[in-house]
Write a protein that binds this ligand. Structure first.
Ligand code: AMP
Length: 231
């Protein structure tokens, strides 16, 4: 965190913006939730922004849905429009967590332009590193609450719901995302490897990259990320 000083003195605390980069199932969602419980961040998941469009229906929603379910990427222009719209929210001025964006160097270059237009800072780019076998378990066992968004995993004792299909926190119904199946995972994972490797190099060169071991449980991950935020 850092304080913004102006001629009027301290005008407020702003947190470092975060970009989370990780393969599907590596725990970006859980890490974001953990951070939001402790810090005043806005969570921006481009996957969620796109799913909101799908829920609204219409031609655009249908098109996005088809691209999402196939496991491929949604056309960049659609993603930029959704992101810029969200960044206009004044709540983002305090700091935000970008989850699922940028997905490749082309999007990172466009994001640089969006940042300079809006006067926002890049902040920290955090990569959650985790082996593929662990990702498969996390993806195929992942369930979410329809009402409060809590995340569970039926293959992990610590994260399994006490009663099958029911949220421990609010009693809501649990569901599995349509793209949380093995076939879609393999596509998403390959897409991730192909596009993210150059992206990671891009941010390494900028000196903004931090790699965190995501295989040691969510509390360990949170602790490591907090060290970076508060440094
Ligand atoms: P996620 O929730 O991040 O796993 O994203 C789910 C799906 O939404 C992805 O498989 C893509 O189809 C789409 N998506 C999310 N973010 C982006 C992005 N930055 N660029 C293109 N497509 C995206």
């Amino acid at each position: 965190m850092f304080q913004e000083i102006t001629r009027k003195g301290i005008v407020g605390d702003r947190m470092k913006n975060l970009i989370l980069i990780a393969a599907p199932g590596a725990g970006k969602g859980t890490l974001s939730k953990d951070l939001l419980e402790k810090y005043d961040y806005v969570h921006i998941s481009t996957g969620d922004l796109l799913r909101e469009q799908v829920a609204k229906g219409g031609e655009l929603g249908k098109k996005i849905h088809e691209m999402q379910v196939s496991g491929g990427l949604v056309t960049s222009d659609i993603v930029y429009a959704a992101l810029e719209n969200k960044l206009n929210d004044p709540a983002c001025d305090n700091g935000y967590i970008l989850d699922g964006f940028p997905r490749n160097v082309e999007q990172a270059l466009e994001y640089d332009k969006i940042l300079s237009k809006s006067g926002k800072e890049l902040g920290l780019v955090i990569v959650l590193d985790i082996p593929k076998e662990m990702l498969i378990e996390r993806i195929t066992g992942r369930f979410m609450c329809k009402d409060c968004g809590a995340i569970y995993n039926v293959y992990n004792k610590e994260m399994a719901p006490k009663n099958e299909g029911i949220c421990d926190k609010c009693g809501g119904e649990l569901y599995q995302r349509k793209d949380d199946n093995l076939e879609s995972f393999e596509n998403r994972y390959q897409t991730y490897l192909d596009s993210t490797t150059p992206l990671i190099d891009f941010y390494k060169e900028k000196g903004a990259l931090h790699v965190v071991d995501g295989s040691k449980g969510h509390l360990y991950t949170l602790e490591q990320v907090e060290k970076l935020i508060n440094n």
